[in-house]
Ligand binder design. Structure first.
Ligand SMILES: Cc1cc2nc3c(=O)[nH]c(=O)nc-3n(C[C@H](O)[C@H](O)[C@H](O)COP(=O)(O)OP(=O)(O)OC[C@H]3O[C@@H](n4cnc5c(N)ncnc54)[C@H](O)[C@@H]3O)c2cc1C
Length: 452
């Protein structure tokens, strides 16, 4: 539990709060909507949460210069809805966009369904206003055009998970809505055929807006819950979209359909109809909700792998699930190689919780050995601390820490998250509530995370 939760309404409020807390040497944890999946906004050391959800104003939408200036606590979908009639949009679209804040999206450098073609959050940020750990207010590139002056501070702050400063305002780049689209739904007998289609489409030079995949178990869960008409005998489903100008889209769509057929697609549907498109994407966005019908708890893992390795990765994930006697469902951003194995379990069954931890670790280690990463978009937080040494060598981790100290010499802001250290040695194999569990206060001795 935090000592207190503060809900500031302005940048000045945040600055004043930080100055008071710093004067009392109190640890601070920045928080948006709390949808993060790596424990980044969780307090472990009696800190105070500064929550931005009451900083939700859109200060300005400048159509001519294609920029929106918002407070950090503005929800992603609030901005999207507010500019829907302008022909422009803010491209980052995490599946949590209904709830997550733009400040949270920047802090985690969120991805989403559009990431494959349009990039992650950092590709759409023109400037930031940030309260530093001593309460001073930093403004980086807050004019409404590009410049090349000095280091790229917004780039540095994107994905810094609240350890360098508290983001209070964001200058969001707006891009034109695509003029047209084609949505393709294809089902396959095997995961292998669907994954191979993804790799082959990218290899042929087309960059779709999105290529999302569900495995057979996930198709059944979604169909049983929402009755979209999906073929529940299929082993995998791909939802692919291309966008741009009408003249080239049919050609791209036909190439994709040909590739899916070469990979033994059982059935293919395509549409340029807005209503059917909305229905298909609603199906994708409802997948996580549907899991609640079949399992009390689930753990969503997040890693990124080279696309060419997707067929073997999905196979390996299934094998790891079988080894630990766990059901693992898959729904993921296949085009980015960003996998999300969903491990189903019952949180009251301590042995099962242990097996989930073990299986998650094995999946991540495997992904790194084939050239992947320990997170694609959810970040490190506390969840992946012990895996950081698998990903980065000591000089790199030391550079992260040096950067942290340059911004936050007293190390009061979201301290010990993201960068492994002796302060928070996570051993997630200890069950929650046990005296050894790190988030109950006792830090374990045998973390594999190489402390600096
Ligand atoms: C159902 C579901 C679907 C999801 N889908 C996606 C997805 O498609 N893509 C994706 O990338 N993520 C996804 N996520 C993860 C999560 O929604 C994102 O990481 C999101 O960007 C977090 O935003 P938030 O406002 O909830 O931040 P929080 O969870 O409150 O915080 C996340 C991190 O950012 C820091 N932080 C938050 N606000 C600030 C601030 N103003 N200044 C400094 N630091 C701050 C926190 O300290 C913490 O480390 C999903 C989560 C759920 C539950």
């Amino acid at each position: 539990m935090p000592l207190a939760v503060v809900f500031p309404e302005s940048t000045q409020h945040v600055s004043q709060c930080v100055k008071i807390l710093a004067a009392h040497n109190l640890a601070i944890v920045p928080r948006g909507s709390g949808t993060g999946l790596a424990g980044g906004s969780v307090v472990y050391n009696q800190g105070v949460i500064i929550c931005t959800t009451r900083m939700s104003q859109i200060h300005k939408v400048d159509i001519e210069n294609r920029v929106a200036i918002v407070q950090a606590g503005c929800r992603n979908l609030t901005l999207t809805d507010a500019i829907a009639c302008t022909g422009l949009r803010f491209s980052p679209d995490p599946s949590s966009q209904r709830a997550s804040t733009i400040g949270g999206n920047v802090s985690t450098n969120a991805g989403g369904i559009n990431t494959l073609k349009h990039g992650v959050t950092s590709n759409h940020i023109l400037g930031l206003e940030v309260v530093l750990p001593d309460g001073e207010i930093l403004q980086t590139r807050t004019h409404q055009c590009y410049d090349g002056i000095g280091p790229d501070l917004p780039g540095l702050l994107c994905g810094s998970e609240g350890i360098l400063g508290i983001i209070t305002r964001v200058w969001c780049r707006l891009v034109p809505d695509p003029k047209a689209f084609r949505t393709i739904y294809a089902v396959f007998k095997t995961n292998h055929d669907a994954c191979k289609t993804v790799a082959d489409v990218i290899a042929c030079g087309i960059v779709p807006t999105s290529m999302e995949m569900m495995d057979g178990k996930m198709i059944q869960v979604v169909e049983n819950a929402f009755h979209f008409g999906f073929d529940t005998t299929a082993g995998a489903l791909l939802l692919i979209e291309v966008d741009g100008v009408d003249e080239i889209l049919d050609d791209e769509m036909n190439q994709i359909i040909a590739i899916a057929n070469e990979n033994h697609a059982m059935d293919i549907e395509f549409c340029a109809d807005a209503a059917r498109r909305a229905e298909l994407w609603a199906a994708r966005k409802k997948t996580f909700g549907a899991i609640g019908r079949i399992s009390r708890s689930y753990c969503t893992m997040d890693a990124c792998v080279p696309r060419s390795k997707l067929p073997e990765v999905v196979q390996r994930v299934t094998e790891i699930g079988a080894k630990h006697d766990l059901q693992i469902n898959n729904v993921f951003h296949a085009g980015d190689g960003n996998i999300h194995p969903i491990l189903l379990f019952d949180e009251d069954d301590a042995a099962q919780v242990q097996r989930v931890m073990q299986a998650s670790e094995e999946i991540l280690e495997y992904c790194v050995t084939i050239g992947g990463t320990i997170t694609g978009e959810h970040g490190v937080g506390v969840e992946k601390l012990a895996m950081m040494h698998v990903m980065f060598n000591k000089p790199t981790l030391k550079m992260f820490l040096d950067l942290k100290k340059a911004f936050d010499p007293k190390q009061m802001l979201n301290d010990a998250k993201l960068i492994p250290s002796d302060k928070l040695r996570i051993d997630l194999h200890q069950p929650p509530g046990s005296s050894e569990h790190p988030l109950t206060g006792n830090f374990t001795k045998n973390s594999p995370g190489g402390a600096l």
